[in-house]
Design a protein around this ligand. Sequence first.
Ligand SMILES: [Zn+2]
Ligand SMILES: [Zn+2]
Length: 320
Amino acid sequence: MQNTVVIESRRDFLATSGLAMLGLAAGGQGSQQTPPLSPPIIDIHQHVGYTGRPDAVLLAHQRAMGITRTILLPAGRPVTTATTHQGTANGLQAQALGNEACADFARRHPGAYVFGANEVPDAQGARQEIERYLKRGAVLIGEQKFGIECDAPEMQRLYQLAEAHDVPVLMHWQFKMYNYGFERFHKMLEKYPKVSFIGHAQTWWANIDKQHADQSVLYPKGPVTRGGLTDRYLSDYGNMYGDLSAGSGQNALTRDEDFTRDFLTRHQDKLLYGSDCNDHDGGGPKCIGAQTIAVIRRLAQTPAIERKLLFDNASKLFRL
Ligand SMILES: [Zn+2]
Ligand SMILES: [Zn+2]
């Protein structure tokens, strides 16, 4: 149609094309409605093959949530060792697929999907495997979800690799299960000040509360007293970030809304939206990711804070 229009002058052309772009040109096909612009959202935490979810369903799920860019977190290779609790942690205990599947998915969906690099930290050749995918463009190391001390030599080799490649490390903290020694982690934050660490999962979120004493309680409820270990790590260390994803993140954000408003304000430059949900819907009661977006929109005290949590912080940290 454009080819049949005779442009009289540059000025007419600009006026015509400007109106057409706004969907306001009078008559004919130009009158179609332009959908309202929705703000961009980066989801820093999803998985390929998550509890068997097909690729097409993952794509539809992310579209339904309104995600503009997704970071896919691979599992390590399947091994039967103490680090994987004799295989329990294979597939991140969720049938999540590994490096090749995530890198390939991102290659097939350029722009919308990027990927991490991961490996069982004490598996033979772990460093080389992770490095191979960092060289292919992986934007972080993780999700690290293995039964190992957080300051073990094998973990420190990953932190050194992260420093060399200038990428963050994402860690799943779960008491007596994944990444041991949360109370000592400040030593790693101090030893590797150039590495950005992203905290995720139950033990990370339970410890926003200064009163949290029984570490075997993974989803504590009720009012929160500020000054818990997680709160302090975020306040005291410029290289500590928080991943808002999963049931643990959602529980932490909803158990004491007055605390949450203040928490989101104080750590507005350190918190990152992620979904980590395995439902097929991308909305409704089963979709934690969609619910967490709604909670952020409800409890963020300003539009600028909301945008930082949903987009700006991740955009900056991962250079996306
Ligand atoms: Zn995950
Ligand atoms: Zn979901």
